[in-house]
Design a protein around this ligand. Structure first.
Ligand SMILES: Cc1cc2nc3c(=O)[nH]c(=O)nc-3n(C[C@H](O)[C@H](O)[C@H](O)COP(=O)(O)OP(=O)(O)OC[C@H]3O[C@@H](n4cnc5c(N)ncnc54)[C@H](O)[C@@H]3O)c2cc1C
Length: 291
């Protein structure tokens, strides 16, 4: 395993936006396609489970941590060709939005305010302000655990609301291409400022969180249901349903993953009992859970 390099027993709390998560057995930074392919080969030969980490902004990592190896994707580069943007999977989504705006490309402004990487967005069909990854993606270069690499079309990824064919599979995103529309720089920058201000006004961005905890059920909003169930401000340990936006659970101090999961279950149970609606988590639970 020396060949992998990286850190041992790396606390995942350092790498998640909730500041929660136990140790990863091995933690390896990847900064290029070659790094990623090489690390996958070494881990496969050592028969280690693998997990690819983007920005850690949609994760609840178990207190017991993650067995095997975590690849921390810090490979960031984006190039612009006409109205097409070609980005490495570790590129912050906000950098794609910034490159688009700089080049007078419009339609990708929403990406500026969704934290995380291109890989995480392609995996989970991230979206905001009426748009999403599925509407912007041209294709994605993928890697499987055998080291095979291929290009997936939009159809191959079978997107719907916050879901894709990649979820539940070990397939990794290597790069992705997005398209915008011709426009002008000033209006793209103005739009980015508008939506950033809207977020600051509505979301508890000053406290560690993981964005929306639940997907919105068809025709409704998870936050509305949680608020109507009287759960705003409810705490389990230091995990708290935000007073500012009920579909956010914040870490108000030293919350554990178990606290957050218990609070997720409490919200699900109360909303189900009162309104008969099953809330489905948007946050991904990963790592070693007891049950
Ligand atoms: C303040 C805040 C606001 C948010 N607002 C939004 C929003 O408006 N809309 C929205 O959709 N989301 C939102 N989120 C959630 C989050 O930003 C998105 O889900 C984002 O796409 C996750 O990307 P990431 O790189 O952080 O992925 P991670 O959290 O690191 O990982 C999430 C999943 O993606 C997988 N993954 C990561 N990289 C790759 C890769 N290269 N190949 C294959 N799989 C990969 C991981 O293995 C994991 O399964 C918000 C989060 C925060 C903290």
């Amino acid at each position: 395993m020396n060949e992998l390099g990286g850190a041992r027993a790396e606390p995942m709390s350092r790498h998640t936006s909730l500041h929660i998560g136990g140790p990863a057995d091995y933690f390896v930074r990847v900064r290029s396609e070659d790094d990623l392919v090489g690390a996958v080969r070494v881990a496969r030969e050592a028969e280690l489970p693998m997990f690819i980490l983007g920005g850690g902004t949609n994760l609840l990592v178990a207190d017991a941590g993650i067995r095997g190896v975590v690849f921390a994707n810090t490979w960031s580069d984006v190039s612009v060709h006409g109205t097409v943007l070609d980005a490495a999977s570790g590129t912050p989504l906000a950098s794609v939005a910034a490159a688009a705006a700089r080049n007078g490309i419009v339609g990708l402004e929403w990406m500026a305010t969704v934290p995380g990487t291109v890989g995480g967005a392609v995996h989970g069909n991230a979206g905001a302000f009426g748009s999403d990854t599925a509407s912007a993606l041209i294709d994605a270069r993928l890697l499987d655990l055998n080291g095979d690499i291929w290009n997936a079309s939009l159809d191959d990824l079978a997107y719907s609301y916050r879901t894709s064919a990649l979820q539940g599979t070990p397939t990794m995103v290597v790069r992705a291409r997005f398209h915008g529309d011709p426009g002008d720089r000033a209006s793209a920058v103005r739009r980015i400022k508008e939506i950033a201000n809207e977020r600051i006004a509505k979301q508890p961005l000053a406290q560690p969180n993981t964005g929306s905890i639940f997907r919105n059920p068809p025709g409704d909003h998870a936050g509305r249901l949680i608020e109507a169930a009287g759960l705003k401000g409810t705490r389990i340990g230091d995990a708290m349903v935000s007073e500012k936006h009920a579909n956010f659970i914040v870490n108000s101090g030293t919350a554990s993953a178990a606290d957050v999961r218990a609070l997720i279950r409490r919200c699900q149970a109360e909303v189900k009992a009162r309104f008969g609606v099953d809330l489905v988590p948007e946050v991904e639970l990963v790592g070693e859970w007891d049950d």
